[in-house]
Ligand binder design. Structure first.
Ligand SMILES: Nc1ncnc2c1ncn2[C@@H]1O[C@H](COP(=O)(O)OP(=O)(O)O)[C@@H](O)[C@H]1O
Ligand SMILES: [Mg+2]
Length: 239
């Protein structure tokens, strides 16, 4: 279980997170949705230790990890797929996975299994720089999965992935939660994300505006109006 309590982040005089509280327990997929600039990545950085909050706490299975750096939270079971590209482009898929596993776990066992879980088993000897954007994203997810995280925090895991790939990855994240992990996910592929979620929050301007089960979330006026943009004005009469 991962829990952020009253997380506040202020940068250059701007409030990016306004005392945000979120939690995801084992077996649960939490969606964090919201327009660009809402603070999703800032929240994820505070949860993973990739950045720090100015106030608030982060708890991992009840233990206060607020001051722990990224690597220490990772070793304690927090997997992280950051928003920006993070594979080693000059290394093959296999070497990327081996390198990461050696750092994360002390041995490179599990490379082929991790590649297979994301459908990259036939691409093991391809340089990461020669993969498509979607394949690179899958490699980043495979890398996070290979460490067998108890909590997986994925920042736009479907970016660059085609619709069928996004559905497969969403199913994979669901499966991971069904196996007991807590999964937190931000993405603009709303349909795929909500299909995988048990609960979703709408982040607007650093604040949790909606916290609901997927069906209620989709139908919520703030989600419709401020995020999906499907709140239509009445059209002028046609001539
Ligand atoms: N170091 C920083 N200094 C000032 N503003 C920042 C900094 N980092 C992020 N921001 C701003 O914070 C807001 C939230 O960013 P982010 O968390 O990346 O949003 P999201 O992931 O929801 O798109 C954005 O307006 C962004 O420009
Ligand atoms: Mg972001």
């Amino acid at each position: 279980m991962i829990e952020g309590r009253r997380l506040r982040v202020q940068r250059s005089g701007k409030m990016l997170l306004r005392d945000v509280s979120v939690s995801a327990k084992g077996g649960e997929v939490l969606g964090v949705l919201g327009p660009s600039g809402a603070g999703k990545s800032t929240l994820f950085r505070a949860l993973t230790g990739d950045g720090h909050a100015d106030a608030g706490e982060v708890l991992l299975n009840g233990i206060d990890v607020t001051t722990w750096p990224l690597w220490k939270r990772a070793r304690a079971g927090v997997g992280y797929v950051p928003q920006s590209q993070s594979v080693l482009l000059s290394l093959t898929v296999r070497h990327n996975l081996e390198t990461f596993l050696t750092i994360a776990r002390g041995d490179p066992i599990g490379v082929e299994e991790a590649a297979t879980r994301v459908g990259l088993q036939d691409r093991l000897d391809v340089r990461a720089g020669d993969l498509s954007a979607g394949e690179r994203r899958r490699l980043e997810i495979a890398r996070a999965l290979a460490a067998r995280p108890k909590v997986l925090i994925c920042d736009e895991p479907f970016a660059g992935v085609d619709p069928s790939g996004a559905r497969q990855l969403a199913a994979l994240l669901r499966e991971l939660a069904d196996d007991g992990a807590a999964v937190v996910l931000a993405d603009h592929h709303v349909a795929e994300a909500l299909d995988a979620c048990d609960r979703a929050i709408l982040l607007l301007d650093g604040d949790v505006a909606v916290d609901a089960a997927p069906d209620d979330f989709r139908a919520h006026p703030l989600v419709q109006g401020r995020y999906l943009g499907t709140w239509t004005r009445s059209l002028p009469p046609s001539e």
